[in-house]
Design a protein around this ligand. Structure first.
Ligand code: FE2
Length: 234
């Protein structure tokens, strides 16, 4: 029998609160009554299992819809998924979704007056390798306005989902880009009170990920639990 993993609670301020006054959408979403713990049974903790056979990877978002390349600045986003003990999380499903280079989602709910790119759908999926590594080739997403407050614009970002072994273990977050001037005024990014925790949401430009004559590379390493955990959406 292996030693039990020591419990390491999240440090205060490193995850977003349920209710963030500056982020108006949270008002309708956060629980107003005390939570009831639900015992997790084998059903919730062991399935469904996702595999590359059932869900083929789609790691090149610049060519995932047609022979024509998507418009915009090609970028590589790569990193490692680890747990609180710095151990890689292998063979876990990582999904991303994002706006196109003009800041428009290929989704009926997005009516922002920016052009759609018929060659870019903005969704990708990959499974980490044995060392917990993942890699996508995509387009740098554009900023877009949203009706949260006057002149509100979301910084460039990519949405991430990490599934783990079951639906109940799914975690969702957003990756941002270094030096983005919109970060300072973004209520979603700033919903994480702790500055060092917020910084864990910002990818690092990395020449080792960058490919010559092809695409800039950004490293986004993710820690799923513990005191160094990447902030996740509640
Ligand atoms: Fe978004």
């Amino acid at each position: 029998m292996t030693d039990p993993v020591p419990f390491r609670p999240l440090s205060p301020g490193t995850q977003p609160a349920y209710d963030v006054p500056g982020y108006l959408g949270t008002r309708k979403r956060y629980p107003t009554q005390a939570l009831h713990p639900m015992p997790a049974t084998i059903t919730e903790t062991t399935g469904p299992r996702f595999s590359e056979r059932l869900f083929p990877p789609s790691i090149d978002l610049t060519r995932n819809t047609s022979r024509q390349p998507a418009l915009g600045e090609r970028i590589i986003v790569a990193g490692t998924i680890t747990d609180e003990d710095d151990r890689p999380v292998p063979h876990t499903m990582v999904e991303i979704w994002q706006a196109n280079a003009a800041g428009r989602y290929d989704h009926a709910g997005d009516q922002h007056e920016a052009p759609l790119d018929p060659n870019f759908h903005g969704a990708g999926r990959v499974f980490t390798d044995a060392e917990g590594r993942y890699r996508f080739l995509t387009i740098r997403p554009g900023a877009y306005p949203w009706p949260n407050h006057r002149n509100a614009w979301r910084p460039n970002h990519i949405h991430f989902s990490f599934f783990g072994p079951a639906f109940a273990t799914r975690l969702v977050t957003q990756m941002y880009f270094p030096g983005d001037p919109l970060l300072a005024s973004d209520p979603i990014f700033n919903a994480v009170p702790d500055e060092r925790a917020r910084d864990r949401l910002i990818a690092a430009f990395d020449l080792d990920v960058t490919e010559p004559d092809w695409a800039l590379g950004f490293r986004f390493d993710v820690v799923l639990r513990g005191r160094s955990a990447t902030p996740m959406e509640a």
